[in-house]
Write a protein that binds this ligand. Structure first.
Ligand SMILES: Nc1ncnc2c1ncn2[C@@H]1O[C@H](COP(=O)(O)OP(=O)(O)OP(=O)(O)O)[C@@H](O)[C@H]1O
Ligand SMILES: [Mg+2]
Length: 231
């Protein structure tokens, strides 16, 4: 029973871009990567944040897969778990999470001390670290700005995974530090009004919204899209 539960958990965090780079789903992540490059032609897109209106819409899995396809393109990538409330990057990449972002924001740890290498070439990670009691305050701190500035000197692409916009202000706070924001919308789950409200909140925080990613689209529809959307 325990083993079955564990297997289910592993399956839930299946990182397809790493494990199956040739799958049509990974191809879709590459399409997102290309579209993001097009969406920001005038400005260099070095720091981006993924968020969604509500919980469970696929922010973390999309951030992780996107980070992998950027790394596979040869870019030096840093994926940061800035969801200090419900972190998951350490599960996805099997890190112990003994140290992470919160250690650099609360304590004196340097960027180098909190970065972990991943088993994907070119991809480094910062997990959440011990969950702090005051995430919004920490993410809005001067230290956070400093860390982003330092990270920009060492990486080509920095991706932030964040909590849902309608629940807490964390994503809005971080949006201000990023070149662009991507809203993940889950097919048949996200309400139109919720997505609309999320966009409004992000815009009020001066976020540059690059676009939305439709996650978990019906497989049949996806094949259709794949077939017709590729030439
Ligand atoms: N396209 C998909 N197909 C199947 N399962 C998916 C898909 N996208 C996400 N999931 C699953 O849905 C769950 C939620 O995904 P994920 O953790 O990425 O969402 P989230 O938006 O980061 O959630 P939270 O708000 O809790 O941080 C996970 O179990 C994940 O494996
Ligand atoms: Mg998440």
């Amino acid at each position: 029973m325990r083993r079955r539960k564990k297997a289910q958990h592993n399956k839930m965090r299946y990182l397809i871009a790493k494990l199956n780079p040739r799958s049509p789903i990974t191809e879709q992540y590459r399409t997102v990567r290309t579209n993001l490059q097009f969406s920001s032609v005038d400005q260099d897109l070095q720091t981006m944040l993924l968020t969604s209106a509500g919980p469970g819409e696929g922010k973390s899995m999309t951030s992780a897969n996107l980070a992998v396809v950027y790394a596979q393109q040869g870019k030096k990538v840093l994926l940061i778990d800035a969801d200090l409330r419900k972190p998951t990057i350490h599960y996805t990449f099997r890190l112990d999470n003994l140290r992470g972002l919160s250690n650099a924001l609360v304590g004196n740890m340097s960027l180098q001390e909190i970065v972990s290498p991943s088993d994907v070439g070119n991809l480094d990670l910062i997990s959440c670290g011990p969950i702090p009691p005051n995430p919004s305050e920490l993410l809005g701190s001067k230290r956070m700005k400093e860390l982003v500035r330092e990270a920009k000197q060492a990486y080509d692409i920095i991706i932030f995974d964040t909590p849902p916009v309608l629940a807490v202000t964390d994503a809005q706070i971080l949006a201000n530090l990023c070149d662009g924001v991507v809203l993940v919308v889950r097919s048949k789950k996200t309400e139109f009004d919720a997505a609309d409200k999320a966009i409004e909140l992000l815009q009020s925080a001066n976020a540059k919204i690059l676009g939305t990613i439709l996650n978990d689209r019906d497989k049949k529809e996806m094949n259709y899209y794949y077939y017709y959307g590729r030439d």
